[in-house]
Design a protein around this ligand. Structure first.
Ligand code: BTN
Length: 246
């Protein structure tokens, strides 16, 4: 079920007030005060992009495995974008910039704000807020490197149709988190879609401002990034915000 409202400040905030069941989504045609990561705002021209939030109300979902919700959402978005690019005969694929931005090349096409509510050791609800740039072609904010489907393919898209496909994908991949085999499949897909998955790249440790070159060794179960610095025998492990891509 997708409820569409003409306007909302932030779909992530509004969906929390609406008492919707597991798997429901809320779309705002015009989101006027979209929230991004790190307290940033999220730009979306009215009616041109997908701004929506999905609410999950899982049963007994361990709080320590909450990164699986990020993985399911990121894989769903990347898959949707890649499918659309393929349909447009473009030899491009969407990648997941850890933890859950979606990039095409070096440009960001999807931003995600996932807000989980914990009850003891469990995730009692999760709001997955997704901003997917669809038909907007000019971006005015200072967000780094935004890009839209229309920028990439030259076509315009039906946002309702995209929202329905994305909701189905998110719920399908979320179902995979319910069993170990599904979790492994999801983890493999996530890794295969990872931005910078190959090669050695430049990074900066946020706390020390130390710059170094490293390859991505993997992601641990808590969703932390494991980097292998060049010439080092020990890997380094970082949580979100502790490491900067250079
Ligand atoms: C980011 O900073 O990359 C995250 C952006 C998340 C934007 C989406 S748009 C729908 C939902 N509602 C919000 O207020 N934010 C998220």
């Amino acid at each position: 079920m997708i409820i569409t409202v003409p306007e909302a400040l932030s779909t992530n905030s509004l969906i929390r007030e609406m008492d919707l069941p597991h798997g429901a989504a809320l779309r705002a045609v015009n989101q006027t005060a979209g929230r991004g990561q790190r307290g940033n705002s999220w730009e979306a021209e009215p009616g041109k992009n997908l701004t929506f939030s999905v609410i999950l109300r899982p049963q007994s979902f361990p709080a320590e495995r909450q990164f699986l919700i990020s993985q399911a959402s990121a894989v769903a978005c990347a898959r949707l974008v890649t499918d659309i690019l393929r349909q447009a005969n473009l030899p491009l694929e969407a990648q997941v910039k850890w933890p859950n931005d979606i990039y095409v090349g070096h440009k960001k096409i999807v931003g995600m704000l996932i807000e989980n509510t914990l009850s003891g050791q469990f995730v009692s609800s999760s709001v997955i807020g997704i901003g997917l740039n669809v038909n907007q072609t000019l971006f005015l904010s200072d967000a780094p490197n935004p890009v839209s489907l229309a920028n990439l393919t030259g076509s315009n898209y039906d946002i309702d149709h995209i929202a329905r496909r994305l909701l189905d994908l998110i719920l399908g991949y979320f179902d995979d988190t319910m069993n170990e085999k599904g979790c492994r499949k999801l983890d493999n897909l996530y890794r295969s879609m990872l931005y910078r998955r190959d090669g050695i790249h430049r990074w900066c440790e946020a706390a020390t401002r130390r710059e170094f070159f490293a390859s991505i060794e993997g992601i641990d179960n808590f969703g932390r990034l494991i980097l292998r610095p060049q010439h080092a025998s020990q890997p380094l492990i970082y949580s979100f915000k502790e490491i900067i891509y250079l």
